[in-house]
Design a protein around this ligand. Structure first.
Ligand code: FMN
Length: 260
């Protein structure tokens, strides 16, 4: 009858948010969402939380698969937090529909803005702006925790109408292409064959061949391989050599490896 929070993360923002929320809700049980579909996650009556990043203006595929394989008792209260970089768009509306199909009612859906890890469009932004987002996130998490404790039923947060209309189409168009988008990854000569890219991948999509990472077209586009590479040897397209890498400053590589 307690609170169980499931999180999915590439670069730690969602794990950090999930931890902060769990800290506010004493005794909450924190678990990672596995990319493996053969694990049937069990929920209990009580409170269910889902914390995950927004990918291409929608819900990431591993989170959809996770919700589709949920078993157990219907929770009394369900909340979701879509961690994003400024464009939550229709993500929480989409999640609400997916949950409803699985007989789970989403009681409240919140968005939280964090620095961007979508490196093809640039780095995470200036440090001051990152710090500002962390501070605002802390304030919002305190408000979210009060709503969860009060079991408030709230409309899900969403982006402006133009964003939802336009980007829902983009999401649908790109969704089936995500696994093969790893064709744009490459590795340069600074690779030390440490194998962190292999271990940090939630989809077991990377192997080392002759000491170099090889991507197998089952990619989830979380960018963990590139962002956590200690040698910054992994590139995506032509521009990433010039872009700063990012992971949440309070989340360690070990934390993410433990969640895999
Ligand atoms: C493939 C991909 C797509 C993304 N698409 C969006 C998006 O549509 N809207 C947005 O605001 N942020 C988007 N982002 C940014 C992430 O949602 C954001 O940085 C998030 O905090 C990352 O969470 P994580 O550190 O837990 O992985 C995207 C990131 C990735 C890797």
């Amino acid at each position: 009858m307690g609170t169980r929070i499931f999180y999915y993360t590439g670069t730690g923002n969602s794990l950090w948010v999930a931890r902060q929320v769990a800290g506010e809700l004493a005794g909450a049980d924190l678990r990672s969402i596995s990319a493996r579909t053969d694990l049937h996650p069990s929920i209990e009556s009580g409170t269910l939380g889902l914390v995950f990043p927004v990918y291409i203006w929608g819900v990431p595929a591993p989170v959809i698969r996770f919700v589709d394989t949920l078993t157990g008792r219907e929770p009394e209260y369900t909340f979701a937090i879509a961690v994003n970089a400024g464009q939550v768009s229709n993500t929480l509306v989409q999640l609400k529909t997916i949950l409803a199909k699985n007989s789970v009612a989403l009681s409240a859906g919140f968005e939280i803005r964090m620095p961007s890890n979508y490196i093809p469009w640039g780095g995470p932004g200036p440090r001051e702006e990152q710090s500002r987002r962390f501070e605002l996130a802390r304030l919002k998490i305190a408000r979210i925790a009060r709503s969860i404790k009060g079991r408030e039923s709230l409309p899900v947060e969403k982006g402006p109408l133009w964003q939802r209309l336009l980007f829902s189409v983009m999401y649908k168009m790109s969704f089936s292409h995500v696994p093969t988008m790893d064709r744009n990854f490459r590795v340069d000569d600074t690779c030390t064959a440490c194998g962190i890219c292999v271990r940090v991948c939630p989809a077991q999509n990377v192997t080392l061949q002759e000491g170099r990472p090889l991507w197998h077209h089952q990619c989830e586009q979380c960018f963990a391989c590139l962002q956590w590479c200690p040698a910054e040897a992994i590139q995506y397209g032509r521009k990433t050599p010039g872009y700063e890498r990012y992971h949440h400053p309070e989340i360690l590589l070990e934390d993410v490896l433990n969640s895999r």
